[in-house]
Design a protein around this ligand. Structure first.
Ligand SMILES: *Cc1c(COP(=O)(O)O)cnc(C)c1O
Length: 426
């Protein structure tokens, strides 16, 4: 087959994998020619208002002058050097900032190259920690249903086993322990029964559990569910009581998205290990981090082999660290707080009327996250087309039509997003 005469989109369809797509019957893709602020420009000339922040990442918008400057300044010095035996200012600055801004006690930073890898690293840390304490039988993980932690093997083993994308692999995945997903909504009165099944599992299996892993307060790709912070506070207590580690996966929730810098802050807790990614570089480059306490770090390095056994080739990539530093500096100026409050109140006001549609099962909002859950799975290709025709970029999955726009979006742009959702579901 001669591919040389194919158009861009034709070549793309025949030769390029996209996330979760078929090679036989691929969904249509839209070619992007530029992006700036909250706009994504298509090669066909249309300009779309972005509702996704490119999967939670582009919190300051695209083509940001400060981030651009940080990238070009660093690229003129050096883009990358190995992190084994070498270190550099961009990584040191970044880790200083992360230690300072994250919940107390998270004092050691492992720089990873994607969210999934940071989850692998967190799980390996927990396993190695117990093995080095002479408790190698503590090798299972407990989690809640409807979670999503990434696409690599350890991460897949703690994703929701049914609605997760990975049930096909269940025979080869490590068998973990699953409690029901938290049911009490963020603003409902707390119901202690909600956490009873988790406590039960932990009590029964405490001698075999390395850690509890969960997404604090907002479950992302496993269902866009928002739950009561008391669940998290109780989970912290139960982990302490039964001597298991707590891993909080803040890859989606971190850096202001839920209205707090980190979702753990809604519950006033610190985990033993925390995963960060997605918005870390403001959506510019792939970079993630796994932070842990001094106790975990020292525990991991006691006895044999005496070192933590992980080290990606591109660990601590200076270019990515430099952009992450600039992104965190923008966050530290503090404008995000009011921006997220404003986005949240507008989302609450404008998405409320979707509840009146008989195709809609639920509407929920926290921080700069708006979710409309439909009664049935939406036809992605068709709804995507209608969104593009309406000048917005929103990418639903399953029954969920949801937005988490860049923090810099203005009220009229956000109004176009919410109107397009109502229009499409009506
Ligand atoms: C996106 C995500 C991951 C995986 O991150 P990648 O960078 O896609 O590997 C893990 N956990 C959560 C909560 C996420 O939202």
């Amino acid at each position: 087959m001669s591919d040389f005469n194919l158009s861009n989109l034709g070549f793309d369809q025949q030769h390029i994998w996209h996330p979760y797509t078929s090679a036989i019957d691929p969904l249509p893709c839209y070619e992007v020619s530029g992006a700036s602020g909250v706009n994504i420009e298509l090669a066909t000339g249309e300009v779309l208002i972005d509702g996704m922040s490119s999967w939670w990442a582009a919190i300051h918008g695209y083509n940001h002058p400060v981030l651009n400057h940080a990238a070009s300044k660093q690229i003129e010095k050096f883009s990358h050097v190995m992190f084994g035996g070498l270190t550099h200012q961009p990584a040191i600055d970044l880790c200083r900032k992360l230690v300072k801004m994250t919940p107390s006690g998270l004092d050691r930073v492992f720089l990873a190259d994607s969210g999934s890898v940071s989850v692998e690293v967190a799980m390996k840390m927990a396993l190695q920690y117990w093995a080095c304490q002479g408790a190698a039988e503590k090798h299972k993980f407990v989690t809640v249903r409807n979670g999503y932690h990434g696409d690599t093997f350890a991460a897949m083993s703690v994703c929701d086993p049914v609605n997760g994308m990975h049930s096909l692999f269940s025979d080869v995945l490590a068998q973990q322990l699953f409690a029901p997903a938290p049911q009490t909504r963020f603003d409902q009165p707390w119901n202690e029964d909600d956490i009873a099944p988790l406590i039960d599992i932990i009590e029964t299996n405490q001698h075999n559990i390395a850690a509890l892993i969960l997404e604090p307060v907002v479950q992302g790709a496993g269902g866009m569910r928002i739950y009561h912070p008391e669940y998290l506070r109780r989970a912290r207590q139960v982990c302490d009581e039964f001597n298991i580690l707590l891993i909080c996966d803040e890859i989606a929730t971190g850096f202001g998205r839920t209205g707090k810098l980190f979702a753990c802050e809604h519950a006033g807790i610190s985990p033993d290990i925390m995963c960060l990614g997605k918005a870390l570089t403001g959506g510019y480059l792939t970079l993630a981090a796994t932070l842990c306490t001094e106790d975990v770090a020292l525990g991991v390095c006691q006895g044999e082999p005496g070192v933590f056994m992980h080290g990606p080739t591109y660990m601590g990539n200076p270019l990515a660290c430099a952009v992450a530093n600039a992104s965190l500096d923008i966050l530290m100026q503090g404008d995000w707080k009011q921006q997220v409050i404003n986005i949240g109140s507008q989302l609450k006001a404008e998405l409320a009327k979707c509840k009146t549609l008989d195709t809609v099962a639920d509407v929920r909002v926290l921080g700069a996250i708006g979710v409309v859950e439909c009664k049935k799975a939406v036809d992605v290709a068709q709804i995507q087309k209608s969104f593009v025709e309406n000048g917005v970029w929103i990418r639903p999955f399953g029954k969920l039509v949801y937005i988490m726009p860049p923090f810099i979006i203005d009220p009229s742009q956000l109004g176009k997003l919410t109107a397009a959702i109502y229009q499409a579901l009506k």
